[in-house]
Design a protein around this ligand. Structure first.
Ligand code: ADP
Ligand code: MG
Length: 139
């Protein structure tokens, strides 16, 4: 079923000019980039976005990392887009990521792991709404 998911190309990746290479993996996997914008996340945006992790020990570091340089926020569309993107992202820790995945190819470590992808269709809707207006998504 065609669905949408939310993606972020994180600061460690934009800093190393990897936006195009990551987009090539995304498109190569059959996912369409139907909205995309480069922003510098504010602390408030990062805190809201990662609120589910606020009790975790790495929360402060995560907010700091996500606001350290620009990111590219994206909406991806395709067949089972949420699960498909999780698959091509690879495991959170790049040491555990499968060959050919974005994190295996590009991530530096568990904190600087190059990309975010929604973990459920429900969360994808919430995350997309934090950064995009419906009119800016052209499927
Ligand atoms: P994922 O991004 O794979 O969905 P999580 O939702 O568990 O992973 O964590 C959100 C983000 O928090 C990760 O992508 C990573 O940037 C960061 N993170 C997770 N675990 C750690 C950790 N042990 N140390 C530092 N940062 C972490
Ligand atoms: Mg997650």
């Amino acid at each position: 079923m065609t669905e949408r998911t939310f993606s972020i190309i994180k600061p460690d990746a934009t800093r190393r000019n990897l936006t195009g290479k990551i987009n090539a993996v995304i498109e190569g996997a059959g996912l369409r980039i139907v909205a995309q914008r480069r922003i510098h996340m504010t602390e408030a945006q990062a805190k809201t976005f990662y609120e589910v992790h606020k009790e975790r020990p790495f929360y402060g570091e995560l907010v700091e990392t996500m606001t350290s340089a620009p990111v590219v926020v994206q909406v991806l569309e395709g067949d089972n887009a949420m699960a498909r993107y999780r698959e091509i992202m690879g495991a959170t820790n790049p040491e555990q990521a499968a060959d050919g995945t974005i994190r295996k190819l590009f991530a530096l470590n568990v904190g600087e792991n190059s990309v975010h992808g929604s973990d459920s269709v429900e969360n994808a809707k919430i995350e997309i709404a934090q950064f995009f207006k419906d009119a800016d998504i052209v499927g």
